[in-house]
Design a protein around this ligand. Structure first.
Ligand SMILES: [Mg+2]
Length: 259
């Protein structure tokens, strides 16, 4: 089984620092005062910085021209490990879940993230998570701006190394509606965790196969994995999308399944 982990708000919380960093980078490149940037959860980095540059007064062409410099500035900012550890935190239960899966036979785990590759590694290194993941198979915001396309990229990387059987059963883990939409579009099951800004009911309504309040729910995570990890690839016909939510399920149970 291939587990594809989102990073931000699923494993690590650097949200405030990220937003401030992007704002400072864009302002500095355009020599203007920083403006707040607050992208929707799950956006990819090139889109975030392009929009950030526009927000700071760049024309579309100027933003495209400055984007490589902005991306490089982000990697440079994230290279300060002490700063990352001061400004960020591990999401509850994330390290334990990664550790457990790293020791589970038959599991390959890596990341599927809107971060560029170097930034993803710097964030994961800072919080001691890289060793649990096979980052060479990951798919990154530097591979594509389209999150759903990243699923195929990660599967292909695993298949090239181990053969297609290893990537046949894949599961995403993420915190945002964009993660869920990427899963739906790529016909891949997803375990959604409401450790970011998105509520359990929003994640369920978007079509998540299983929703957990926290990765500290280790029994719930294992149960979700065993349920969705058995499923064959799904059709993405519109009729198969978001199933109706049962009222009050948020209160009923910490973990819920759209079975
Ligand atoms: Mg996220």
């Amino acid at each position: 089984m291939l587990i594809l982990w989102d990073i931000d708000q699923t494993l690590i919380d650097l949200a405030v620092a990220d937003r401030r960093m992007w704002s400072e980078i864009c302002a500095s490149l355009l020599d203007v005062a920083p403006q707040p940037i607050d992208p929707e959860p799950g956006c990819t980095i090139r889109s975030i910085l392009h929009q950030g540059l526009l927000r700071h007064g760049a024309s579309d062409a100027q933003a495209a021209c400055l984007l490589p410099e902005a991306l490089a500035a982000e990697v440079s900012w994230l290279s300060d490990r002490d700063r990352l550890r001061r400004k960020g935190r591990l999401i509850d239960g994330a390290e334990q879940a990664l550790r457990e899966m790293a020791h589970t036979p038959g599991v390959i785990q890596t990341v599927l993230t809107g971060n560029q590759r170097d930034s993803a590694r710097l964030k994961l290194d800072a919080f001691g998570l890289s060793d649990y993941l096979s980052l060479e198979f990951g798919a990154y915001g530097s591979d594509s701006d389209h999150r759903a396309a990243l699923v195929g990229i990660a599967r292909e990387r695993v298949s090239e190394r181990y053969g297609s059987g290893e990537a046949e059963v894949a599961v995403l883990v993420g915190d945002s509606v964009r993660d869920v939409m990427a899963a739906r579009e790529s016909a891949t099951p997803i375990i959604a965790v409401s450790s970011g800004k998105t509520s359990p009911s929003e994640l369920r309504t978007a079509g998540a196969d299983a929703v957990l309040r926290t990765l500290n729910d280790h029994d719930g995570f294992r149960a979700a994995l065993s349920l969705v990890g058995r499923r064959p690839a799904r059709s993405t016909r519109s009729g198969d999308l978001a199933r109706p939510d049962r009222p009050g399920r948020d209160e009923e149970s910490p973990a819920s399944f759209n079975a």
